[in-house]
Design a protein around this ligand. Sequence first.
Ligand code: NCD
Length: 308
Amino acid sequence: MRKTRHIVSSKQFANKKLLQELFLSAEKMALDDAARSLPQTLQGRLLATLFYEPSTRTRFSFEAAMQKLGGCVLTAENAKQSSSATKGESLADTIRVVSGYVDAIAIRHYEEGSAKRAAEVSPVPIINAGDGIGEHPTQALADMFTIWTELGRLNGLKVALVGDLLNGRTIHSLLPLLATYDDVTISLVSPRQLRLPEKYSRYLASRGVAVVETSQLTGAMRGADVVYMTRVQRERFASEEEYCSVKDAYTIDAKIADKLKAKAIIMHALPRVSEISPDVDANYRAAYFRQAKNALYIRMALLNDLLA
Ligand code: NCD
């Protein structure tokens, strides 16, 4: 696989061959993990997880990925409060310092563009683990890997992206990856206030992707291969009132899930709030916990590529 120094945007991976190599590498990680025979390729390597926003899956899976391959981790799980940011240190200075201690930095920060700014001053690879309402490229790679493992194909898919398309960074990163494949049809399902920002729709148009924008979930689900639900991003709203007006705009329960195509899957980057009722979990189409597991293997493959 080509060496990528920083992982800032999913657009860096908008290439079928590169994605295929990554998926095969992640698949091998999963098999080796099951056989307890993971290669210890990251021995002596150190990753910093510098998180200025809450996280469960992303940080744990980065740390697990590193340690399962023999590497070590330094973590700031609450960097907004616990790092020198509270003393007024700039992000650039923090990165300059931390990069002197470790071999790579996975950063989650509340400002869009923060990972790019970090990459500009970092001599070690920066991995964007979420930059505000910008991107979350490694999640999107895990999402594509999930579709590949679940459905066995990435061309000709009908995908419904549902919920907070304005603030959902996993969706922003997923679009360029979906657009890499042929004959993909994307339905964008959101309340009017949470529509996908122009810059992403323009990108899809430039790649010739067929896009349908709607506020009706039922229609979009008909014939869909993938229904990707998202959490309404409460922390991005100016007021609780505005959040409450849209928070339950789209919900799926077991009855609705059963109406999907037999081979369809339901995805969610998690955490879920009310978007997917727990009674959907028993439906074989519910892929979200497998999706969370897949993120571990994708992050192993990425770290191995960057640091081994
Ligand atoms: C997402 C995130 O942080 O953007 N979670 C994740 O990383 N799996 C989605 C969300 O918070 O809604």
